[in-house]
Design a protein around this ligand. Structure first.
Ligand code: NOJ
Length: 503
């Protein structure tokens, strides 16, 4: 008999497919992906074998950070469709057995949100207290905090002379979570989408909602790394855990739903604090996103992760790609060798115990696209004067066919240019896709089996999940696979992997 849902909920060993809404599939020819486009592709996702999808923000937004600047938390941007489209998508997804996770952005709003417009229009307006407005120090901002996107984290409101805080772009003013109404507002937002039937939420910058109440200076230096949250003392405050305890209780009223936090630290033990039994069900663990293709480092990362999440009784999560980082094949060196390693890494990822998040296009082995400067849209590119190239290269629309110029994504002009060379790699994409499907199907057979490392030579990673062995040759001259039936393999030699059912 299968375990009751409470003991073994669907998200515990799931594969969740991330859809960057504007880049997935365009139904109306405007060059931007939309909800009807996604809806039409749901059978594809069901056939691929994922358990659910996570949709990046599709709410009304001026698009300063492509949807992560939300102007209305309970609507759909007309560019992406309507609330009715969303409801229809949900009905279809559920009919196909797919769960749907919405992205919630509680750290900030768009500067076009009604609250912020009220706050700017009249310093005495009650909505002003929803944001962090402070007088400056001399001519400068109230403290030395840098924005994650480059430049200072403060912008001056010329009318009042005060400054407002934005950890990201100036068009993304931070909310003040010390102000009680903000907390209530977000409970209403959660209920709005839960009542419509969503299966859970991915919570944007979940660790940052509460800032140091005194807004004290950070101690420099401020290295710009993917884990720039590591050194910030002004965030990751104890109060935030109370919010997630409340949210956990709230979503549990609705039954089988999931809260996934984007908690960006390099130390999994720090992330795991957010997944204590009465807080978030899951939190992203980005350790593999920034790890090199190196057996010792990968193994240490897996051990640290399993220990940290195990210590709080939580499920480990794994991510190799998302819309904020360079595509995997490119990180692993690019070209045929990079793509081969990325495929081997997929077998590694999907054999790990816990929940895996995969990013649209990963199943096609896509490489980072070198978007020309004049077509770039990411605020990171502009706020750093081009020093940081930004994230557009991993957000280029998905090719569904081998036909240029838009590869079945749209009948119009794609919002970011799609490389004409993709016309030559259609067959390889199809092959990678079929490989993915097969891997997901096989994973179903061992997704809940116990994990253990097996002895193996340097430069390799070998572990078992029940009677299936995952053998990865990272960079060893060779790896003798264990005896048994090869279920799936990516080739031989360094940068290869296989799943073997033990004889
Ligand atoms: C994390 C999101 O993944 C990223 O795309 C966004 O720019 C920031 N949060 C700010 O919302």
């Amino acid at each position: 008999m299968p375990a009751p849902e409470r003991e073994h909920p669907w998200w515990r060993s799931a594969v969740v497919y991330q859809i960057y809404v504007r880049s997935f599939a365009d139904s109306d020819g405007d060059g931007l992906g939309d909800l009807q486009g996604i809806r039409a592709r749901l059978p594809y996702l069901r056939d691929m074998g994922v358990d659910g999808i996570w949709l990046t923000p599709f709410y009304p937004s001026p698009g300063a950070d492509h949807g992560y600047d939300v102007a209305d938390f309970v609507g759909v941007d007309p560019q992406f469709g309507t609330l009715e489209d969303f409801d229809a998508l949900l009905v279809d997804a559920h009919a196909l057995g797919l769960r749907v996770i919405a992205d919630i952005v509680p750290n900030h709003t768009s500067s076009e949100h009604e609250w912020f417009r009220n706050a700017l229009a009249d310093p005495a307006h009650p909505d002003r207290a929803r944001y962090v407005f402070r007088p400056g120090r001399g001519d400068g901002p109230p403290n030395n905090w840098p924005s994650v996107f480059g430049g200072p984290a403060w912008t001056r409101d010329e009318a009042s002379g005060e400054w407002y805080l934005h950890l990201f772009a100036p068009e993304q003013p931070d909310l003040d979570w010390h102000h009680e109404p903000v907390r209530r507002d977000f409970e209403d937002v959660l209920r709005f989408w839960l009542d419509r039937g969503v299966d859970g939420f991915r919570i944007d910058v979940a660790h940052a909602l509460y800032k140091d109440a005194e807004l004290r200076d950070e101690e420099g230096p401020f290295p710009v790394t993917q884990f720039s949250s590591d050194w910030r003392k002004g965030i990751d405050r104890p109060e935030v855990h109370g919010v997630y305890r409340d949210w956990r209780r709230l979503v549990e009223e609705y039954g089988d739903r999931v809260l996934v936090g984007e908690v960006v630290f390099s130390d999994p033990a720090r992330i795991a604090q957010y997944t204590r039994p009465d807080e978030l069900h899951l939190a992203f663990n980005f350790a593999l996103l920034f790890e090199e293709w190196d057996a010792g480092r990968l193994r240490a990362t897996v051990d640290r992760t399993l220990d940290a999440f195990g210590a709080v009784g939580a499920t480990a999560t794994w991510v190799l790609e998302n819309h904020d980082v360079t595509r995997l094949a490119t990180r692993y060196g690019g070209g045929a060798a990079g793509r081969q390693r990325a495929r081997a890494a997929l077998l590694f990822l999907l054999a790990l115990p816990g929940t895996a998040f995969v990013y649209a296009g990963q199943e096609l082995g896509l490489e980072e696209v070198d978007v020309p400067d004049e077509r770039r849209q990411d605020p990171i590119f502009f706020r750093t004067g081009g020093e940081r190239r930004g994230r557009d290269g991993s957000r280029v629309p998905i090719p569904w066919t081998a036909e240029p110029p838009a590869f079945g994504f749209t009948t119009g002009e794609p919002w970011l240019p799609m490389p004409p060379e993709w016309a030559e790699s259609g067959a390889e994409r199809e092959e990678t896709r079929a490989f993915y499907r097969r891997a997901l199907e096989l994973r179903g057979g061992f997704r809940d089996a116990p994990f253990a490392w097996l002895e193996s030579p340097p430069g390799t990673l070998v572990f078992e999940r029940g009677d299936v062995v995952c053998a990865v040759n990272v960079d060893a001259p060779e790896l003798e696979p264990p005896a048994g039936e090869v279920l799936l393999a990516t080739g031989a030699g360094p940068g290869s992997a296989a799943w073997i059912r033990r004889a």
